[in-house]
Design a protein around this ligand. Structure first.
Ligand SMILES: [Zn+2]
Length: 415
């Protein structure tokens, strides 16, 4: 590799997490400077870019009397334009797009001032750079997400003691650049973190400080929601401390499943309850006890009568979760039914006779001459075996299925 190591990839912690304002495309963003540096068109192929870089790096190499600053510019331009992702980011957002997340903070600044002159323009107007933020997962019960809750949590943070002094080794840069000649025309430029100051550019002593944070879980918060305490992370010299974020993790509930503001609860009913009605008492997430009572004549079906065989559901309007940001509007509570039918031989023949006369649409016996037809019975089966019958299959499978009694109905002559 001709340009081993990214001068801005020195493994610098404390890079600015996000914050590069890349969300919005600005019209004043420069997206041509890097192409001009390499002397290629904006739509140049990777090969052309590489060729141009090789040629320029040979003429401008400091070892051959070239200008070091110019050489660094060329190297940095190539580093970005030779990487598809970085090039795409640069084309869209300019240097802001490539000097954010994955490029060290100091590097990011250097990159900008490298091409636009120190102090020529600032990447962001929002004051000093920010240290790293910390995310803490926080498990929250569905009850607490429904009702809202304030939790007191203790955190330990590092606080700077006294005044930081500039690091003597890296002179406050936080990083040390090493240029090495690897062979004719082959150089590597490595930027690595200064080990004396740990990349901070400053040396100071820290003390640990214990802080109690009041974490407000708002009604209706969801999995992944962030509760932020700005500037509460460890103090870092010359930077604004990062944030402490608590990330909501919803605990599984034994009764309710949640999707958005809606709740789902599964109810098993017997065939009797499904046909003749039921009363069902449940405790809601706010402690209220609801008695769900079927209306007279209401029938619960095993599934929706559609091609998709959807589960049969009913709904309690406005008994779902409070909406996030608008707790007065609540979602709905869906009840999904499972109808438990009686097992074989569970109904005595006199009960069957009664049911036959009571239930609508009883079976009308077919007329046939037993000597003219074959009377057959059904065996239990699994639809997953459907299509695997017959002789055209591996013998093992066929054997297993026969043992299960799955698949084909066994013929049996009724006497
Ligand atoms: Zn240092």
């Amino acid at each position: 590799m001709f340009f081993g190591g990214n001068p801005f990839h020195g493994g610098m912690p404390g890079g600015i997490p996000g914050g590069s304002g890349r969300g919005a495309t600005r019209s004043d963003v420069d997206t041509t400077k890097l192409y001009e540096t390499l002397g290629v068109d904006k739509d140049a192929s990777k090969k052309d870019i590489r060729k141009a870089y090789m040629k320029l790096s040979r003429t401008h190499h400091p070892d051959k009397g070239g200008d070091e600053h110019k050489f660094k510019e060329i190297s940095a331009a190539y580093e970005i334009l030779s990487d598809d992702d970085k090039r795409a980011q640069y084309d869209k957002y300019g240097l802001d797009g490539v000097s954010g997340d994955d490029v060290g903070a100091a590097g990011g600044e250097d990159l900008f001032s490298m091409f636009f002159g120190g102090g020529g323009r600032s990447r962001r107007n929002s004051g000093p750079r920010k240290g790293p933020s910390v995310n803490h997962p926080m498990k929250v019960s569905l009850e607490d997400l429904y009702n809202g809750k304030t939790v007191k949590l203790a955190v330990n943070r590092k606080v700077i003691q006294g005044t930081p002094v500039e690091c003597t080794r890296c002179k406050g840069q936080g990083a040390i650049v090493e240029v090495r000649q690897m062979g004719p025309g082959m150089i590597t430029q490595m930027q690595r973190q200064c080990d004396q100051c740990g990349g901070q550019g400053q040396q100071c002593t820290f003390k640990s400080e214990r802080k109690i944070l009041e974490v407000h879980v708002d009604k209706g918060m969801c999995e992944g929601d962030k509760i932020t305490f700005g500037g509460m992370s460890d103090e870092v010299p010359k930077m604004e401390p990062g944030d402490i974020n608590f990330i909501v993790q919803e605990k599984e509930h034994e009764l309710f499943k949640r999707k958005g503001a809606d709740l789902l609860v599964v109810k098993e009913v017997s065939l009797n309850q499904a046909l003749c009605g039921f009363t069902w008492k449940i405790k809601h997430l706010d402690g209220r006890v609801l008695v769900i009572k079927s209306r007279p004549g209401e029938v619960i079906k095993p599934e929706m009568n559609t091609k998709e065989a959807l589960p049969f559901v009913k709904v309690l309007p406005d008994e779902g979760m409070p909406s996030k940001g608008n707790p007065f509007v609540r979602g709905n509570m869906y009840v999904m039914f499972r109808v438990e039918f009686p097992d074989d031989n569970e109904l005595p023949s006199n009960v069957i006779d009664q049911l036959r006369s009571l239930l609508p649409e009883p079976d009308v016996p077919e007329e046939y001459d037993p000597d003219e037809v074959e009377v057959v019975h059904l065996n239990p089966a699994d639809l997953r075996s459907f299509g695997k019958g017959g002789a055209n299959q591996s013998s093992n499978e066929a054997h297993d299925e026969d043992e299960d009694g799955g698949g084909r109905p066994v013929q049996c002559q009724q006497s």
